[in-house]
Design a protein. Structure first.
Length: 178
């Protein structure tokens, strides 16, 4: 039993040494919303790289299938929408996306996004954003077409407004990031 305990202690100490040398980015969560009805989590995050803040909208995990039926099988890959390098740019980008909620159902815009495992990279691809309105909700539908199937994530208007208000509040609390 002592050997097993000693092994795990050595493993934990060694792992912390390797973690200090890793090149994983630091992700600072600005605001996070978990919808209790859908169990989807969306965030606005800051990922500083070389001293430059980079803000992203994380629209949650994307399902696999077509635009109607989706199966969520991939908890690793995430879609991040770049918002800018400061709070002011991030709020402006979010407000531009918010105008899509007022457009007619089915209206589509193309934006750039990074769909990668765990963290966004400099490589972006085209993301189609649709105004979607099933039954009693108002949503944005984020779609990436790949190899004959669609990767789709949804963002409810109420969650989006909460993210935007949280981002504005963060700007007031930390004016150095404006």
């Amino acid at each position: 039993m002592k050997r097993i305990t000693s092994f795990f202690i050595a493993l934990i100490c060694t792992a912390s040494l390797f973690a200090q040398n890793s090149q994983l980015p630091v992700v600072k969560e600005i605001v996070s919303i978990t919808n209790e009805n859908t169990n989807r989590t969306v965030d606005v995050v800051n990922i500083p790289v070389d001293g430059v803040n980079r803000y992203f909208l994380h629209v949650g995990n994307m399902g696999i299938g077509d635009k109607v039926a989706q199966i969520e099988l991939d908890p690793v890959c995430r879609l991040y929408i770049p918002l800018g390098n400061n709070i002011t740019d991030a709020v402006t980008a979010m407000e531009a996306l918010k105008t899509l909620y007022k457009e007619p159902k089915g209206t589509m815009r193309e934006i750039q996004g990074s769909f990668k495992p765990f963290f966004p990279t400099e490589e972006t691809e085209t993301v189609q954003v649709y105004r979607h309105q099933p039954l009693l909700t108002n949503q944005l539908q984020f779609v990436i077409e790949r190899d004959g199937y669609s990767r789709v994530a949804y963002l409810d208007k109420s969650d989006f407004n909460s993210l935007l208000n949280g981002l504005k509040l963060h700007g007031k609390l930390y004016p150095s990031e404006l």
